[in-house]
Ligand binder design. Sequence first.
Ligand SMILES: C[S@@+](CC[C@H](N)C(=O)[O-])C[C@H]1O[C@@H](n2cnc3c(N)ncnc32)[C@H](O)[C@@H]1O
Length: 393
Amino acid sequence: MAIAGDPIRMEAIEGKGRALVSARPLRAGEVVLRESPILLYSALPFISAKKPRASYCYHCFRVINSQQVTTACGASSSHFFCSPNCLSAAQASSHPPWVCQALDGLQGCPSFHIQNEELQIQVKFLIAAYSLAIRSPSEFQILLSLQGEACDCSSRQEVEFLHSVVVSVCPNVAGLVGSGLELTASLLAKDKLNAFGLMEPFGGERSVRAYGLYPKASFFNHDCLPNVCRFDYVDGGCGAGNTDILIRVIHDVPQGRELCVSYFPVNERYAVRQKRLLEDYGFSCECDRCKVEAGWSEDEDVDGEMEEEEVGDEEMEDDDDLLDDEQMYGDEKGGSNDFPHAYFFVRYMCDKEICGGTLAPLPPSGDGHSSNVMECNVCGNLKPDDQPGSSSV
Ligand SMILES: C[S@@+](CC[C@H](N)C(=O)[O-])C[C@H]1O[C@@H](n2cnc3c(N)ncnc32)[C@H](O)[C@@H]1O
């Protein structure tokens, strides 16, 4: 039987801020949220040292194949669209003439390209955010209501640089009420804490095609053993909705339980997870898994120091940062003490090499029957569930 009623509600949880909680028992595979972004921007830098990936439509972010006829927004513009519909939708929303000119201006500005790729992408975010402020003040207010304050930005120097770049290529931003360094810093913090990466189809490496800000999905807190995970299907279907994010339940969840995603691949080591959560999200994780793994000596270097490697969704992980088989699945002596961690890895982690994705069952059928097919949220691999019917942790 299909289950009626809103599956999630928001609550405040001490030490975590706003959180999303199951409003009723949830079934494995259920989609608890499907949401369109209020803001979307390309994850491709203007100039990159890496081999260029595929070309994308500047509006819907679908791949443009080499035989496809494309439409540009101007004779000399470097922004291509997969159809006249996408071009006109973009010009009426995220890509008005001043945004096009600003991006083209940056494309041809050599002094800007010497800065790192991350800064180039942050400029794209800021232009998209200020464009939202001009086009839709109400949605801009929603963006401002998300977690993240100016003080959450790690480098004041970078904020000053990014602000000066944006103001120089977007003269109308300087005239916006309330705009200034503080607003730019606050926007960057909101992006850092809340943006979801829309993933490239998996081709041996995890990489992000575009970033999106999704207001409700932004309320999911982190847990190192998540009970929900995100899916996106950017190249799927036709028409609008391909940049929606879907949040699916990994295993059955009782009513009143906090619903958490993992902010990065679940097979990161304890020390790397803690470092990343503190540096990028400003908190120390005290989830059940971290409490267990805090006692593991393998997570420290020989000299007891935390590992240095910074990891990102778009980068391959260093092998040393990832858990090895024994750590994930347990050894003969102590593995069972770490339940349900080992169980989670066996059942819900994609076994494709390097993928690091999480598996969730396909949505239950219309008559409420759970699916016995698991889907990976990174590589899209489908595999039969080895233990259909036993879907709780
Ligand atoms: C995407 S937001 C999640 C929603 C946020 N709690 C809010 O009130 O809007 C990310 C922020 O939530 C908080 N957060 C997420 N997971 C947490 C956790 N497990 N423990 C403590 N704080 C957490 C951190 O402040 C983090 O920077």
